[in-house]
Design a protein around this ligand. Structure first.
Ligand SMILES: *Cc1c(COP(=O)(O)O)cnc(C)c1O
Length: 418
């Protein structure tokens, strides 16, 4: 192996990739003085989103989180009501449920796509048949088992809110994510596959719902000569300046996806002799957007790693490694990786919430049992989210990373297993 020297320019997990037209649309907003939450860029990005995703209505908002909040409101979640939520996800999937006073019940993850497990969801309906809303994310741009999840929800009369914040452009059986739920969200946060620096959208086929969100997100103003209010309002609309950036990015979505896919495939090839696998997807039915490339270390190849609430320790061993060792080593070479999103049921803020695995088991009863890494009847860990969190990590996935840089990242990771 050649001697590896640290990267001169930091290799990022996923950073914004600008192309030029973004600036033109921002400049146009400036020069025409549409420097507010109305204007041509906003109309245009809503049109582009509908066209790309294949939904009837898109409402441009200040963030994906705001879109999820509006979705939870549309779904009619009331204080004290339980809502089934993806467990291994970013906390923005879940927090909007709590904004409305709802109580998230976390549904464990499956190993095939790292998304909500339909079997666990079915168990959850056995435990809590009254639940009417399910919030599911497509983690790292990989579509979940959407048909199976939909079938479970249909059987129990529940609606889906799809958090497609990470999966814009990904498809399941040729259909874009962000169209499967009643109310869905995408995000243009700075690290997403395309970005406005911030921003998000609510997507729906329901005209009345879209109109409600247009109203709620602009302070719920009634049609009157003065500020007239009958409902609680929010200041959630997207700025026409931000929309200019998003507008400039949209034509590059497919290019970004192709770059991300090439990164994923180079990692898969580069790691084929290591005791690791990549974040999996259903190659027959789905096409991810490959937003983040992740790896999972085989259980036998894990060295000892202990994670507290704020820090992690590990003991290195020949032939073995762990996410902490790999992430620290990457950082020492000026490359950014990240742990797998820590499951919500492991988060201090949500530790007391119910958590349902594929064998049922509301969390309160089995907390100590599953925490020890207990196995299910099938011999696999019962707490899948915790297992993936312990053994997995997100690799540098920036689409501006050169092939040479990526090859060096691969060598650095390989070095951890020596
Ligand atoms: C980024 C993200 C969000 C939130 O989007 P913002 O635009 O940052 O508010 C929600 N859910 C998931 C899964 C995300 O990754």
């Amino acid at each position: 192996m050649n001697k590896i020297v640290p990267f001169q320019n930091k290799v990022w997990l996923s950073s914004p990739t600008m192309h030029g037209p973004e600036l033109e649309y921002v400049k146009e907003a400036y020069e025409t003085n549409w420097m507010s939450t109305v204007g041509k860029n906003i109309n245009e990005v809503e049109r582009l989103a509908c066209e790309k995703v294949g939904c009837r209505y898109a409402v441009a908002l200040s963030a994906g989180t705001a879109a999820l909040h509006m979705a939870v409101k549309l779904a009619g979640v009331k204080p004290g009501e339980k809502v089934f939520c993806s467990d291994m996800t970013f906390d923005a999937t879940v927090n909007p449920v709590v904004y409305e006073g709802g109580v998230p019940v976390f549904i464990d993850t499956e190993y095939d796509t790292w998304n909500m497990d339909p079997t666990a969801l079915e168990k959850a309906f056995e435990l809590y048949p009254e639940v009417k809303v399910v919030v599911m994310a497509h983690l790292y741009g990989t579509p979940g088992k959407i048909e199976e999840l939909q079938a479970v929800c249909d059987r129990h009369g529940a609606i889906i809110i799809e958090d497609a914040a990470e999966s814009l452009g990904a498809t399941y059986k040729g259909v874009q994510t962000g169209t499967f739920g009643a109310y869905n969200c995408i995000s243009f946060n700075g690290n997403k596959i395309i970005t406005g620096s911030s921003g998000g959208m609510l997507l729906t086929d329901d005209e009345e719902a879209a109109n409600k969100v247009r109203k709620w997100s602009t302070q719920s103003r009634e049609n009157a000569p003065w500020y007239q209010h009958e409902e609680l309002g929010y200041n959630y609309r997207m700025s026409n300046v931000i929309a200019g950036v998003v507008r400039g990015q949209f034509p590059y979505l497919e290019e970004h996806i192709a770059q991300k896919k090439a990164i994923y495939e180079r990692y898969r090839e580069g790691f084929k002799d290591l005791p690791v696998t990549m974040n999996p997807y259903d190659a027959k039915n789905s096409e991810p957007n490959f937003w983040l490339s992740c790896m999972l270390i085989e259980p036998e190849a894990m060295c000892r790693q202990e994670r507290g609430e704020q820090e992690a320790l590990y003991i290195t061993e020949p032939g073995k490694s762990c996410p902490t060792e790999i992430l620290e080593t990457l950082a020492s070479y000026n490359a950014e990786g990240r742990p797998i999103w820590k499951p919500m049921h492991m988060q201090p803020i949500y530790r007391m919430n119910a958590f349902v695995t594929r064998e049922g088991n509301g969390r309160a009863k089995t907390n100590a049992y599953i925490r020890g890494g207990a196995l299910g009847k099938d011999g696999k860990p019962l707490d899948v989210g915790m297992d993936i969190f312990q053994r997995g990590l997100c690799l540098p996935s920036d689409n501006k990373m050169t092939v040479e840089e990526q090859e060096q990242v691969i060598e650095i990771v390989k070095g951890c297993f020596l």
